[in-house]
Design a protein around this ligand. Structure first.
Ligand code: 5GP
Ligand code: MN
Length: 340
């Protein structure tokens, strides 16, 4: 498994082709994203859906949002998952590094794949994969411009949401000048920015109970270069929380002073789901690929199928050790960090 993190060389050519294709199609346009949808999965798909509807297209949006995003779509916008695609359908897959990660409809027929994960397998009849883009929603912003749909707050709000969440609210290293320029433009279309930012940060009482349990599992490794924590299904039950309530914890771990890798492990039915964040030249993506997953250089993930948490920890820490050695922060024979 590998990643190609180079920018898409034919970005505008392919985007123009997609815009022309979507303008021409008569049949339904089905829009889906990756499993465990985040703000970018929801924002990019819902933004494109609303833009296509405004163009008068028959668009179908299929996504099951986590609770913190459910205030954005309207009841009538939801469509249940499709077992099979209508014959004349065009499928648009957004923000999904892999065919298998896309959920909601079978990935078959005429597929348009728009994504920003370097580890994307480049599936589909048309694929635009640009890992230099901070969010799939940034790419959808360009596509909506090319479709020449008139922007309004309804379309701009989900698109901005994707950009806000995938840049860690304008704090991650992918927060380029272009991000601020695009965000400013989108806010100009009437997005209620302060209200949106506040609403996106709401968490239920159970989340706070779960936080207390999760923080008791925090551990530092390799002299503090790596920080880990985990959640078990028993902890989620004890707190009365939902699985999605643990999605933010890796971001909290990332704030550990002196650390360059943060890893959060989630015990799940199928195994252990791992979220990885990195900085200072350390690649979360390499760690994830080593574990059979993928993602971006600073944020990536994987699932260790059929493993328990006890089994997962040493496997994950070995992958971290390898990456710390590769990036020159740890000497091959050292348990602790080299002082650099
Ligand atoms: P998160 O830790 O927020 O679930 O995911 C971080 C990033 O890594 C996201 O961009 C996500 O799409 C990607 N990612 C997470 N888990 C997996 C996985 O199991 N396989 C692949 N290919 N990518 C993943
Ligand atoms: Mn994304």
């Amino acid at each position: 498994m590998s990643a190609n993190n180079a920018p898409e060389p034919r970005y505008w050519e392919k985007m123009r082709l997609i815009a022309a294709t979507l303008k021409e199609v008569e049949g339904p346009i089905v829009i889906i994203a990756h499993e465990d949808p985040d703000g970018d999965a929801l924002g990019s798909t819902l933004g494109l859906y609303r833009a296509l509807k405004k163009l008068g297209k028959e668009a179908i949006w299929i996504l099951d949002p986590p609770r913190f995003l459910r205030f954005i779509p309207k009841e009538e916008e939801y469509h249940p998952p499709l077992e099979a695609l209508p014959e004349d359908a065009t499928l648009v897959v957004l923000d999904s590094g892999d065919k298998d990660r896309a959920v909601g409809a079978p990935v078959e027929g005429f597929v348009i794949n728009i994504d920003h994960h370097g580890s994307n397998s480049r599936f589909g009849q048309i694929h635009v994969v640009d890992p230099t883009k901070p969010a799939a929603a940034m790419m959808v912003k360009d596509l909506i411009d090319l479709l020449a749909v008139e922007w309004d707050a309804e379309i701009a709000t989900p698109v901005l949401t994707g950009i806000m969440t995938d840049t860690g609210f304008f704090r991650n290293s992918n927060t380029t000048p272009e991000v601020f320029e695009t965000a400013a433009e989108l806010v100009g279309y009437g997005v209620k920015y302060a209200e949106l930012a506040d609403r996106l940060s709401w968490r239920p009482p159970e989340y706070f109970k779960l936080t207390a349990l999760v923080l008791s599992t925090v551990q530092f490794h390799f002299g503090g270069l790596a920080v880990t924590a985990h959640v078990t299904r028993a902890m989620i039950e004890e707190a009365g929380a939902a699985e999605e309530d643990s999605d933010d914890f890796v971001g909290l771990l990332k704030t550990a002073e002196g650390s360059v890798v943060a890893i959060f492990l989630k015990e799940r039915e199928e195994g252990v789901k791992i979220s990885i964040r990195s900085k200072n030249g350390v690649s979360a993506q390499r760690i994830a690929l080593e574990l059979g997953g993928g993602g971006h250089v600073p944020a990536a993930g994987a699932t260790l199928e059929g493993k328990t948490l006890e089994e997962a920890y040493p496997i994950v820490l070995e992958a971290v050790r390898k990456e710390l050695i590769r990036s020159g922060l740890l000497a091959p024979d050292e348990e602790d960090a080299k002082v650099v």
